[in-house]
Design a protein around this ligand. Structure first.
Ligand code: FES
Length: 352
C-alpha cells in the first residue's frame, strides 16, 4: 500500500511504497530530508509527526531518539514507515545544491599516518568521474558483503580528482583494522574500493551569517573541506573554528589548520583557528585554550544569534553544543548543522 507524506513547513510531499522508510522515499523522490547514518544512531533525521500514523521498525539509539521525544510524537525518518495520509514537521529539508549520489570504484592513492590512531586515506577517482559534492558531505565505502562504512570527505569539491578521508582506528572495526594493518588483507596503495557519494546533508550553506565551526577528533575532516571551499570562493563571511582533543597529538592536523589560517589571510578570508585541549599532556607545554570546544566557544561570544553553527565529531560534543546553542536560545534549530560520528558498534546497540 502506498502512503502520502506532506512535510511542513516546506509543503513538499512524496509517496512511500510498501516497506519503504520515510527517509528512503523522500530521497528517492528528490525531497532531501536531513539525514546522517541512516541507521538509527545519529538522530539527524528526527521529525515530528503532526497527523496520521507511522510505525518505527528496527532498532535505534536512545541518544538518537529518547523515550521522552518519542512520547512527544518525534520519529526517526530512517526508521519510520507511513500508513495512509501522514503529515510531519521537519525544518531541515535541503533546498539548495542537492547532488544525486552515485556508486563507482576508486583506487587507493595513498595512506598516511599523521598520528597513532588516524590514517589519512586518499582515493583516486576514475578519470571519467570528477566527483561532485558539497563541502562537508560524506561517502560510503561498500565492503565485499555489501555492508558500508561512512567517512566524511576532508577536501573541498574543487580538489575532487581525489577524495581525502580522515579515519580513526576503531579497534576490532572490520574496515579500520585492515587500514591499520591489524587484519588481513591489509589495505594498500592501488587497491580498489567501491564507494557511493556524495551523501548526507551536513555541508556549508550559502549564507551571510558568520559560521561557528566546532570539531573534535576526525570531525576536523569535513570542517577542513568547508574552510578550503570558503578560501577557494573568497567567502566574505567570518569563519571561526574551535578544534578540540584531549592532548596535542589528538590535533593530528594542527599544522594543516594553521596553514589554512595563513592561506585564508592571503585570500582575504576571515578565518580563525582556535585549538582547544581538554587534558593537555605535560610534554605538550600547552599555553593555549583548555576545556571543551563548545564551552570555549560560548565563553568567547556572549550571543551567537546572528551565526550559523556547524558541529562535527563525537556525539557528546554535538549534543552538548546543540543544547548550549539552541536550547539556551542563542541559535534557532534551523541554523545548527551537525554530523555526529557513530560507528558500526554504536549502531549495533539497539534501543528496541
Ligand atoms: S539518519 Fe536516522 S538516526 Fe541517523
Amino acid at each position: 500500500m502506498t502512503s502520502n507524506v506532506v512535510v511542513r513547513p516546506s509543503g513538499r510531499s512524496f509517496s512511500t511504497d510498501e516497506g519503504e522508510t520515510l527517509l528512503d522515499a523522500g530521497l528517492r523522490q528528490g525531497v532531501t530530508l536531513p539525514y546522517g547514518c541512516r541507521d538509527g544512531a545519529c538522530g539527524a533525521c528526527k521529525a515530528k509527526l503532526l497527523c496520521g500514523e507511522v510505525t518505527m521498525t528496527g532498532s535505534w539509539q536512545p541518544r538518537a531518539l529518547s523515550e521522552t521525544e518519542a512520547a512527544e510524537g518525534q520519529v526517526l525518518m530512517c526508521r519510520a514507515h507511513a500508513s495512509g495520509e501522514v503529515e510531519i514537521e521537519c525544518r531541515g529539508v535541503v533546498a539548495e545544491g542537492v547532488i544525486a549520489p552515485r556508486k563507482f570504484p576508486a583506487r587507493v592513492a595513498s595512506l598516511a599516518r599523521p598520528s597513532d590512531d588516524v590514517v589519512v586515506l586518499r582515493l583516486q577517482l576514475p578519470a571519467s568521474e570528477r566527483a561532485q559534492f558539497n563541502a562537508g558531505q560524506f561517502l560510503d565505502i561498500i565492503l565485499r558483503d555489501g555492508t558500508r562504512r561512512s567517512y566524511s570527505i576532508a577536501n573541498a569539491p574543487h580538489l575532487a580528482e581525489q577524495v581525502e578521508l580522515h579515519i580513526r582506528h576503531v579497534p576490532g572495526g572490520r574496515f579500520t583494522d585492515t587500514l591499520f594493518g591489524k587484519a588481513e588483507p591489509a589495505l594498500k596503495e592501488r587497491d580498489i574500493l567501491r564507494i557511493e557519494m556524495p551523501l548526507g546533508t551536513f555541508f556549508l550553506r550559502q549564507s551571510n551569517r558568520p559560521a561557528l565551526l566546532l570539531a573534535t577528533g576526525t570531525g576536523f575532516g569535513p570542517i577542513k573541506a568547508m574552510v578550503e571551499h570558503a578560501i577557494h570562493t573568497a567567502d566574505p563571511r567570518e569563519l571561526r573554528l574551535y578544534w578540540g582533543g584531549r592532548t596535542l597529538k589528538d590535533l593530528y592536523a594542527h599544522d594543516t589548520a594553521l596553514e589554512l589560517e595563513r592561506q585564508a589571510k592571503e585570500a582575504g578570508v576571515d578565518f580563525t583557528y582556535v585549538p582547544v585541549l581538554s587534558r593537555p599532556a605535560p610534554e605538550d607545554n600547552w599555553t593555549g585554550r583548555t576545556g571543551h570546544v563548545q564551552d570555549v566557544a560560548l565563553a568567547d561570544e556572549s550571543d551567537y544569534s546572528v551565526w550559523q553553527a556547524y558541529a562535527c565529531g563525537s556525539p557528546a560534543m554535538v549534543d552538548s553544543a546543540r543544547r548550549a546553542l539552541v536550547e539556551r536560545g542563542d541559535l534557532l534549530e534551523d541554523n545548527y548543522f551537525a554530523d555526529a560520528f557513530t560507528t558500526a558498534a554504536d549502531n549495533a546497540v539497539p534501543h528496541a
